[in-house]
Design a protein around this ligand. Structure first.
Ligand code: SF4
Ligand code: SF4
Length: 78
């Protein structure tokens, strides 16, 4: 099941931000090699199989570039 949806055009880039990578307990965010329209390098969509849907990335992304579904705030599966 798809848990994480990325909106890469909203991202300010892994070089300048990378908060998602810092807060993900599974270290699922790595920089993509594809620039968005603003010239930033957003992360690749995380591995959906390894994602626990903890929601950290959605909560801490300052640019609302990540939406997480299918989990709860305490990291347990629903
Ligand atoms: S929901 Fe949690 S485990 Fe999944 S990508 Fe975001 S921070 Fe990582
Ligand atoms: S936290 Fe949001 S803005 Fe920052 S690198 Fe990750 S997706 Fe981009």
């Amino acid at each position: 099941m798809q848990k994480v949806t990325m909106f890469p055009q909203s991202c300010k880039g892994m070089e300048d931000c990378a908060i998602c990578a810092f807060v993900c307990p599974k270290s699922l965010f790595v920089a993509s090699g594809t620039m968005n329209e603003a010239g930033y390098l957003p992360p690749l969509p995380p591995d959906q199989e390894k994602c626990t849907a903890c929601g950290n990335c959605m909560i801490y992304c300052p640019d609302f570039a990540i939406v997480v579904e299918g989990g709860s705030a305490d990291g347990t599966e629903e």
